[in-house]
Design a protein around this ligand. Sequence first.
Ligand code: TXA
Ligand code: MG
Length: 337
Amino acid sequence: MDTVLLSDSIIELEKAAEFIRDGEIVGIPTETVYGLGADASNEDAVRKVFEAKGRPADNPLIVHLADFSQAKDFTTSIPDIAYKLADRFCPGPLTMVLPKNDRIPMITSGGLDTVGIRVPSHPVMHRIIELSGRPIAAPSANTSGYPSPTSAEHVMRDMKGKIAAVVDGGCSEFGVESTVIAIEGENSVRILRPGCITAEMLKEVCSEVIIDHAILHELEAGQKAASPGMKYKHYSPKADIIMVEGELDNFISYVGSHYGDNVYSLIFDDDKEKFPYRYMTYGKNSSEQAHLIFQRLRELDDAGAHRVYVRAPETRGVGLAVYNRLIRAAGFEVIRI
Ligand code: TXA
Ligand code: MG
């Protein structure tokens, strides 16, 4: 299949919407990462998404809507707290898991009776949803297991020949995927995947915000995942990623004693003056780290890195999202020095 690269002009967005209506798949920019969009109500289209990504069938897709008011068309009930959260955070990088109705096929929800609903703020994604008139199922547009794409070029690299088109909407603003939450009670939510809508921000609307154990810890054998995505190895470049927690001086001596060909470090911007070994940097605060992390993991592969020592980000605010992606990329290998 020829994969066409579309611009974000209105004529080309009409083309993208037509592909979606015709049951084809399109790579679409969002404010978090690029998504692999298909008509969420079309089983054949959704099947193609799972095939293109090589994604396990039990890992559900998020359904993207133009406005949260449409959520009632695809769910059986919406608690008040969901409306309060939507008032505050939609459109934006928040996904709410709600009980689904029959308009969302089982293949889309990975066999679950719930559906993740998200109202993206990116104008291109928003426009394509409106023009297509369909709910759009969209996982991140990477090959399953590989770092998520934050540019049209990343999507082309992973998906060329497998999907109908990619729309180029520039680099993704946030750089990590949406915060996924489940509603636990009248005023309580559980974070299943951290993102740029942070626990601290959710706390301004909900009295209780639970951070699911699996966000920072490996699931033990037989333990059930609150979100199927937590079961799988994720975000991994080809290189071995090793997260290292500790002061810069200790990090430098640790890397020094494990140094060799094709060994890289991923460090903070402020570290580079002092750092004597091969490195890339990933920003100077959590938002910059989120924006850069997936791009850097891909660049490290391009550079031929075999092993990468990463200075661990903090676990507060947006840092929790960055830490969560890195600890999974590292297969939970963390060294404390
Ligand atoms: O920012 C995003 O959310 C991006 C853009 C494209 O919107 N999409 C995205 O989709 O990250 P994906 O499929 O790569 O990740 C969705 C995550 C998975 O870990 C999945 O298991 C979880 O959300 N998820 C989806 N529906 C769920 C449900 N009904 N219950 C529990 N977890 C769910
Ligand atoms: Mg993904």
